[in-house]
Structures are given as C-alpha cells and as structure tokens.
Design a protein around this ligand. Sequence first.
Ligand code: UFG
Length: 327
Amino acid sequence: MDCVLVAGGAGYIGSHACKALSKAGYIPVCYDNLSTGWEEAVKFGPFERGDLLDRARIDEVLAKHKPIAIMHFAALSQVGESMDDPGLYWRTNVMGSLNLIEAAVEADIKNFIFSSTCATYGDQDNVVLDENSVQQPINAYGASKRAVENILYDFERRYGLRHVIFRYFNVAGADPEGEVGEYHQPETHLIPLMLDAIDGKRDALTIFGTDYDTPDGTCIRDYVHVCDLVDAHLLGLNWLKDGKQSEVFNLGTGAGFSVRAVVDHSKDVTNKAVPIIERTRRAGDCTQLVSGSTKAESELGWTPVRSNLKAMIGDAWRWHQTGHYSK
Ligand code: UFG
C-alpha cells in the first residue's frame, strides 16, 4: 500500500484526513509534534513524533516510509494569536513549511498538498472571492500561509514539485462516526465555544463585534464540513497522481452565515439556548469571508454533502458530548 505523509495528522483536520486516506487504501503516516494535536487522534496509521523545525527528523521519516505524497496540515491557525505573536507564526508556519518542502524535493516526492486559507484574501468588501482574487491578508496567520503558497510556486518552477493548494474557508463539524473531532486547548473557534456555552462548560459565548457592516452587525463566514474538506484532499491527491498541473482551489460552499445565524441554528439542533455576551471586535477579524468559486466542484469533481449548518453543528454536538481527547 502507498504511504502518504500527513504533517499535522494528530490535529483536527489532519486526523480526519488520516481516516479518509486509510479508508481509501493508503497508509497515512502521521508526523506531528503534538503541540496542538492529540496522540489519541492518531488511529489510522503509524505515528512519527517530530517537529517541522527539525529537518533531520523529517528526512529520517521520509526515508523510512517513502511516501508518494505529502499532505501538510501542520500549522498554527489562530488569527488572534497571530496578531499577538507574529514571529511565532512566521517561524512555525513558514520556516516549518520550508523545511518540509525542501525535504520533499530532496526525497524526490512529487506531490504536495497544502492547507492554505481564505485569510490570505484579507478583508475585501463586496468582492467575490475566487482563486484569482488579490491576496492581501490583514493578519499574520493569513500572511504566513500566503508566504508558503509563494514558496510552493517557486519550488515547482525550480524543482518540479507539483502542488495542490486548498484555501479553506471556516472548517466545522466532526467525523459522523465519532472517531475523531475538533478539540483545541485552548479553544478559540466559534462553534465549539458555542457548544461549551450551551452545556454549561463556560458561562457564555462572547460575540466579538456587533458593529460590522453586515445585516445583523456580526461577521459572516462560509462554513465547510471537515469531512467534505478532506474528501477534496483525496480528489487533490488523485489529481496529482493523474499527472495534472499544480492548482489552487477554494474550499467553501458559497453560503455565508453571520455569527448570530450560527447561534440561531444551534438552538434548532440542540434545543437549547445559547447564553451570549456581546463584546468589541477581535483583532484581525475580517468582516466577511465567503467563497465565490465553484472551481473545486467543476474541475476536481468535489461535491460537499455535509456542509450545511444543521449537519456541521449536529456532528460537532455529538462529538462534543461523547468524544474528547485528554493529554
Ligand atoms: N467568534 C465570536 N466569538 C468567539 C469565537 C469566534 O464571535 O468566541 C466569531 C469571530 O469573530 C469570527 C467568527 O466567529 O467572526 C468565526 O471565528 P473562528 O475563530 O471560529 O474562525 P476564524 O474565522 O477566526 O478563523 C478560522 C480558522 C482560520 C481561517 C479562518 C478563515 O481558524 O484558520 O477561519 O476565516 F483562516
């Protein structure tokens, strides 16, 4: 069986990718330093503990498993934290990725799939965000991801390392079978924090900013189910294996929901009210991030099936009640 190296395979999205790869007949080799991931989430293939800043360790793991491709999920991904400590983001996300990309070239790996983000587009009022939209990130997180995209363009030109870059919109939900799910310590994302507030694990959900230029004053995001998202990665892998050219795809549904709309939907799913506190805006937040592209559907053949708020909140709620990792 072919191996795929999954950098960040112990994290939220990486663990779902490992499950999907294993189901598709690959051996997912998880490379993770467990700084934000969970060893308990490594269930579908071998675990190689290691840091992306440790080039010798990456080389060792690539030589041992000889993967046919790399899926790179390992990164810090909190917008607010990236504003507080930009150096941490440039070091971890950019230097770490450069190590992995250089190691891939030296190990003669031909296929590289990279988790990028819609945060590379920045705040562009009333602009339909497609893959050709100008990238002008307003936070260090988005800037660090854009930098890695640029590294990939250069390395393809110079060394022929082919890539698929996925620019994620807001990833949500959990494995419907409950084997893996979203669990961050500390948690900063809207849906898990909202579920904590619903079942009393925290006093209330804080809504950051009610004075945005949106119909209800709260930020608008495009939510995509984590299982749909990793399905796109499998399609991206086939795309590269078929010898097709490097590409960039947005992964979003094109439907935008405000923070208040997400809260309202959660009442329908859980039958419980969400205690709320309204506060000022959080640094680095864009007003609206919604994909305006159907390129992943038309070119890759991607069909999101669970990316509706009911399924995303429902799956997250089930995971929230039953499955947690402990360090
Ligand atoms: N929000 C709140 N209260 C909270 C948490 C979030 O009101 O307690 C709001 C945020 O202000 C934002 C929305 O809910 O408007 C979504 O926030 P998240 O923290 O869940 O997600 P972000 O949009 O900040 O970031 C996520 C990923 C990034 C990705 C980005 C693209 O973490 O990796 O989506 O929008 F780049």
